[in-house]
Design a protein around this ligand. Structure first.
Ligand code: SAH
Length: 496
């Protein structure tokens, strides 16, 4: 029997930090609530977890977590919990061909053994628990479905200064056999220990992608708690959420919706005045230059009038400035503002004085909460929809969902989409090079990028599209805002 067939399967992870005499690295022991001088063992549902410190000096301290997986306990647990008492097929895998890298189990052990550390609680050294710590985390054999590249994508955006991922060869002596599904992961950077542990708690099982226990509804709560502060902003949020929840679509959707609300609440709090709204103070002309936001509203109103629209959706209406402008023109008989942010809608309602409008005015306007990445029957049958400065607030991978909800499902006759032209950013004096205009912008496009997207959308859904510059159209870099005007083709309109 080779070492890999032994009954006990070992899983392994180390956490190291460095320090000085005043701030010794051995503080790690306090933060983890595990004393560096003692090796300790804990019984977990899947076997025994050991914590010990291969090194512990003021300069350098390393804590190791080793899990000895007990296949018998695993199977027993599976029987107890599984449907009809049959052990889960995934369980069989752990027992049979998963030698030492069952990282879902490691995550469970992590949360059992380092429970307080995961919550960032440290009565002995509260300041240290809050502080950024120089950390090095090593997982020598991490099963990674999706390979080294996915590992990089998952840990890359999380604040580490270095994310080193090395594929582990199937057999070191026969490199020609290629790589195994394991990678060696080394994370280095300055993070709060609790944040690092919570990332691992979620991402180890996500990479393993073979969660062994049944997904209960409270898994969503667990995920959101562990994801606090990083998951709502993560570009791979969808993959993380869906894998973590074992691809239960109902739960995944629930989690994504809650994350979206978190993200928007955060964005709202950060909301600084758009650069667009800023007026150039250095200008010595007497006339007040028209802020770009106002020019954009005018361009939208003109395009809506040209299209002959009277029933209009303002999708991602924010605080209701456009809705307010639309209300002033009686040709717009029905105006619906939609936003996912309850907070924005509350402000919009106040701005529009909805509670004090006369009956006729009130009948023209409605505000609704909703997410544009899901189809919504309430949005069908309108003449026009406006998406003013909205698409860039979505993560790119979610754009197709919005595209389908608007052009595939709601299908208004006319759609106006405005978005920043990133080429113009060099002309903003207040904008540092390479920066987007607003902290919550997920992307900003060149004219060509926007053009390509818009033409694709038009073709896929039976629309024509033309482009209108908004703001001064610079000969070199174009206008600050680009607007696409989509019109349903007459063939499609007849069919509709
Ligand atoms: N249209 C307004 C506001 C733009 S800010 C204007 O031109 O000034 C972007 C708005 O889109 C925010 O209010 C935000 O809450 C909203 N938003 C972002 N993602 C959304 C989504 N998936 N569904 C609905 N609204 C969304």
């Amino acid at each position: 029997m080779g070492p890999e067939q032994t009954i006990l399967k070992r899983v392994f992870l180390t956490i190291s930090t460095t320090g000085t005499l005043e701030r010794p690295a051995t503080d790690l022991g306090f933060l983890l609530h595990k004393h560096p001088d003692k090796a300790q063992s804990f019984s977990t549902s899947h076997g025994t977890a050991h914590v010990f410190y291969p090194e512990a000096s003021a300069e350098r301290c390393t804590a190791a977590l080793l899990l000895e997986v007990d296949p018998v306990a695993l199977v027993r647990r599976g029987k107890g919990k599984g449907r009809g008492g049959a052990p889960d097929a995934a369980l069989a895998q752990y027992v049979n061909d998963r030698p030492y890298a069952a990282s879902s189990l490691l995550a469970v052990a992590l949360s059992t053994v380092f429970k307080s550390a995961l919550r960032g609680v440290c009565a002995a050294l509260p300041g240290r628990a809050e502080a950024l710590l120089p950390l090095r985390i090593e997982v020598p054999a991490l099963p990674a479905r999706g390979g080294a590249q996915l590992v990089g994508k998952l840990f890359g955006p999380l604040g580490w200064s270095s994310v080193a991922v090395e594929p582990v060869p199937l057999d070191a002596q026969f490199p020609e056999w290629g790589d195994s599904r394991y990678v060696q992961l080394v994370l280095e950077g300055e993070l709060r220990l609790a944040d690092a542990l919570r990332q691992l708690y979620v991402l180890l099982p996500v990479l393993d992608d073979a969660k062994h226990y049944w997904v209960a509804p409270d898994e969503v709560d667990k995920l959101l708690r562990a994801g606090e502060g990083w998951l709502a902003e993560h570009p791979e949020q969808k993959l993380i959420t869906s894998r973590y929840l074992s691809r239960r679509w109902g739960l995944t959707r629930q989690a994504m919706e809650r994350l979206e609300l978190v993200r928007l609440a955060e964005a709202d709090d950060l909301q600084v005045e758009d650069v667009d709204n800023a007026v150039d103070e250095t200008s010595d002309t007497e006339e007040r230059p028209v802020p770009l936001a106002e020019q954009r509203r005018d361009a939208v109103l003109t395009a809506l009038r040209d299209a002959g629209a009277s029933r209009v959706l303002d999708l991602g209406c924010g605080q209701g400035q456009l809705v307010q402008a639309l209300l002033k023109d009686v040709r717009f008989t029905e105006i619906v503002g939609v936003d996912v942010s309850v907070r924005a809608l509350t402000i919009a309602a106040r701005r529009l004085k909805l509670d004090r409008l006369g009956e006729r005015q009130a009948a023209r306007v409605k505000l609704m909460q909703g997410s544009l990445t899901y189809t919504d029957k309430r949005l069908t049958g309108y003449d026009a929809a406006v998406l003013s400065e909205v698409i860039e607030h979505l993560d790119l991978p979610r754009l197709p969902a919005l595209e389908y909800a608007v052009f595939g499902s709601a299908r208004p006759h006319t759609v106006l989409v405005t978005t920043p032209n990133v080429e113009y950013n060099v002309r903003w004096e207040t904008l540092p090079a390479g920066h987007v205009r607003h902290g919550d912008h997920r992307f900003e496009w060149t004219r060509e990028e926007f053009g390509r997207w818009a033409e694709g959308v038009a073709e896929r859904h039976g629309y024509t599209v033309r482009f209108v510059p908004v703001g001064p159209d610079d000969p070199e870099v174009g206008p600050p805002t680009q607007m696409a005007v989509f019109e349903m083709t007459s063939k499609e309109a007849k069919a509709a």
